[in-house]
Design a protein around this ligand. Structure first.
Ligand code: BGC
Length: 758
């Protein structure tokens, strides 16, 4: 088998071309004919390093955290995540860093009145299974960042969802390395199309938020390569992020930002990564060890226990414990990223520029519309007919807006925040508020259903809600579950007695729809008692409009779950975050008046988290344990129907899977056929793995032939002793299905043996 270049693969996906072998071959030839800009960037970076003084070099390897920086740097800072003063005499620009997972962030409105376009949560973008939308979202954010004079975006979150309760799942792209890698790569490519830098983060295994700065994540190395690292690798190849952000946690005993194996061996040696490694904010714990083990830049230095890459690094270089050659390499990598991304030659404007927010809102709306997943639709309750007379909306502030996730990704969206609830305790309290974007489902539904009486109740009184929905053509309960960076929920149940509210409404009206606004799965004890369920995730600043258009059938739902929804918490590998005992002990000490300065760890004592499931993340875990989830990975309904036929498998030195998709229903719609291949991991477990997918829009009766070329790494095992990827010669079961576990078409691929570099 040969290894396809992912850059080519995603181009095909983004242009809507099918991944047919001829297209692939042509594009591969075109790509290899182009001269490499990388060598030019490397040579320019090298020349600059030679021209720099020691002070100038040291200036580039740490960033200020604007809210805490003392003394202030010479060039004014924008209140945001980070700032690195430039070197005007060499044309090196000042680096202005902003969070940007879902839009140009402005947490707790640190820049009063500075709004930006808010995309849906990344998990919603993953649910589109459409890399083109991920690219468009990234390009939109990059354009706004540029217009606001930011040039480094802290985007590209691609940690795999290992636990359904992880507080930050909404900022990531689901549980599968191929899907997450392709979507993150497209997003990063979109950001950097504006000649600015995007990171990819958080490298690696920052898989829970509880105790994230002290925990030690333990996993088998080969399993990590086959799962989380594969997502990073694919995304890095496609998106070419100029920077990689290392994570807070330890991985197998060493902090990620001073982890020789992760940074030097995997990233820089095995993957040949030429950009720079920046730390997460407050994730640095040493000077010499961090610098020598691969960290190139200390971010938000004021958040560390000490400023490790400031005077301490100067001293270490002087005494030789960090070689000058290593400092040169750190600087070279930063400059390579700055040049290769285009930032050096196309500097961002000096002052803020106008932004076409109306056009950008359309980008947010398209992503929301394609990311919403229809989970249940008994008796075709949806779409709502245009003859409906009475529609009752209940709960979740659906009269004024839609919920968003909290933390560093928080965007102050165009239109502001109609509801904003500050936190009184918890690790997120200092930088997160429970925030609704101004996008009213009530108004949007009214606009599309002018014939109906559409009313809203806040849901605080279940009896009143039950009375109000009697005789309605549809009762729509908006259910919400807020998630944030820095905290994991201790329960996956809906908060605020919403289960009882849903039960009361469903008992009063059989035509009850639940619209879920959440960062991932929640428990649904009422699943059999409601007729329809729509997962809207956190749908962004046009979420209300997107929900309304799906409800009224203006848009066919085409989202698919990028993450398994468990039936109960004990189905998942871990039913709750590790370290809860340590977290509770720290909270109790604080409440009892312990005035210790807790720093980033909040006083939580170190603990370990084991990932014995290894590479069998998400749907592979459920299959291995024979657990039937509530809704499987890849699942999602439409208003039409699709059938698959004519499976063609070409094996040998490569693997291409082709088949026909037909829209057999009466409406136009989009499907996401998924190819799964059964393969063996390094740990010896066998599992069906997502090996390819394509989003196909079809008119009623239309048939399209889809051909998917498989990246062998998604079906290979990683051999740490080589190190490298191995595919054993032999027969591999292949299925084409609508979701993990579905077997609409079945076949077998016969493959040659493959050994390839890591
Ligand atoms: C988060 C990063 C973020 C950084 C800067 C950290 O707490 O983990 O994702 O980019 O803060 O705001």
């Amino acid at each position: 088998m040969r290894f396809p270049k992912h850059a080519v693969l995603v181009t095909a996906l983004m242009t809507g071309a099918s991944l047919a072998a001829p297209v692939f071959a042509q594009q591969q030839a075109a790509a290899s004919a182009q001269p490499s800009s990388e060598s030019g960037a490397e040579a320019r970076a090298e020349a600059l390093v030679k021209a720099m003084t020691l002070e100038e070099k040291l200036q580039l390897v740490h960033s200020y955290f604007p809210p805490l920086a003392k003394p202030q740097p010479p060039i004014a800072m924008i209140p945001s995540a980070g700032h690195v003063p430039g070197i005007p005499r060499l044309g090196i620009p000042t680096l202005r860093e902003s969070d940007a997972s879902l839009g140009v962030a402005n947490q707790i409105e640190q820049r009063k009145g500075d709004v930006a376009t808010a995309l849906p949560a990344s998990i919603a973008t993953a649910a589109t299974f459409n890399p083109r939308l991920a690219y468009e979202g990234g390009a939109m954010i990059g354009a706004e960042a540029r217009a606001k004079t930011f040039n480094i975006l802290l985007a590209g979150g691609v940690n795999l969802t290992r636990d359904p309760w992880n507080g930050r799942n909404f900022e990531y792209l689901g549980e599968d390395p191929l899907l997450a890698g392709v979507m993150a790569g497209a997003h990063i490519k979109g950001v950097q199309s504006n000649a600015i830098v995007s990171t990819i983060k958080h490298f690696a295994l920052n898989s829970q938020e509880t105790g994230r700065t002290v925990l030690d994540a333990r996993i088998d190395r080969a399993a990590l390569r086959e799962s989380d690292l594969l997502a990073f690798q694919i995304a890095t190849e496609i998106g070419k992020p100029a920077s990689v952000m290392c994570a807070y946690n330890k991985v197998n005993g060493d902090y990620a930002c001073e982890n020789d194996w992760l940074l030097n061996t995997v990233l820089k040696k095995d993957w040949g990564y030429k950009g720079w490694v920046m730390s997460d904010w407050g994730a640095v714990h040493s000077t010499q060890k961090a610098a020598n083990n691969g960290l190139d830049q200390d971010s938000g230095q004021e958040l560390d226990d000490a400023m490790y890459f400031d005077k301490a690094l100067a001293a270490a270089v002087k005494d030789g414990s960090v070689p000058m050659a290593r400092l040169d390499d750190m600087v070279q990598r930063i400059l390579f990223g700055v040049i290769d991304s285009g930032l050096m030659d196309r500097p961002v404007p000096d002052s803020a520029q106008p932004i076409d927010y109306a056009a950008h809102a359309q980008v947010a709306q398209r992503a929301a519309e394609e990311g919403i997943v229809l989970l249940k639709n008994e008796g075709n309750l949806l779409p709502l007919t245009k003859t409906a007379k009475k529609i009752v909306l209940i709960g979740a502030h659906a009269d004024v807006g839609v919920l968003s996730g909290g933390g560093s990704s928080q965007v102050r969206s165009v239109g502001g925040a109609p509801v904003e609830i500050p936190l009184t305790e918890g690790a997120a309290a200092s930088f997160a508020r429970i925030t609704w974007h101004a996008s009213s489902p009530l108004q949007a539904i009214r606009a599309l259903a002018p014939q109906a009486s559409v009313t809203y109740l806040d849901g605080s009184d279940p009896k009143a809600a039950a009375r109000a929905v009697r005789g309605a053509d549809m009762a729509i309960v908006f259910a919400w579950a807020w998630r944030t960076e820095a905290q994991d929920p201790e329960s996956m149940a809906l908060p605020d007695k919403q289960d009882a509210l849903i039960d009361a409404v469903a008992a009063a009206n059989a035509k009850t729809l639940v619209v879920l606004e959440s960062g991932g799965p929640v428990l649904m004890p009422w699943v059999d008692r409601v007729s329809a369920i729509l997962s809207a995730w956190y749908p962004g600043q046009r979420g209300g409009e997107a929900i309304a258009r799906i409800l009224l059938g203006e848009v066919d739902p085409s989202g698919r779950l990028p993450i398994t929804f468990p039936a109960s918490v004990d189905q998942a590998p871990r039913s709750e975050p590790a370290g809860l005992a340590e977290l509770h002990a720290a909270n109790a000490r604080r409440k009892a008046g312990d005035k210790t300065i807790y720093g980033m760890s909040g006083g939580v004592a170190p603990f370990t988290v084991d990932y014995p499931e290894g590479a069998d993340v998400g749907y592979r875990w459920y299959a291995a344990k024979q657990r039937k989830p509530l809704f499987p990975f890849g699942y999602g309904l439409t208003y039409t129907r699709f059938s698959y036929a004519n499976l063609k498998i070409a094996g040998g030195a490569g693997l291409t899977v082709g088949f026909d998709v037909t829209n057999t229903g009466k409406r136009a719609g989009a499907d996401v056929p998924q190819v799964y291949v059964e393969a063996k991991s390094a740990a010896g477990t066998r599992a069906y793995r997502l090996a390819g997918f394509e989003k196909v829009s079809l008119s009623p009766g239309e048939t399209r032939h889809v051909s998917v070329t498989i990246d062998p790494r998604v079906i290979a095992r990683f051999d740490e002793s080589a190190p490298g990827w191995k595919v054993d010669a032999g027969a591999y079961p292949v299925v084409v299905g609508r979701f993990a576990g579905d077997t609409a078409l079945k076949g077998t691929a016969t493959l040659d043996a493959l050994s390839a570099r890591p």
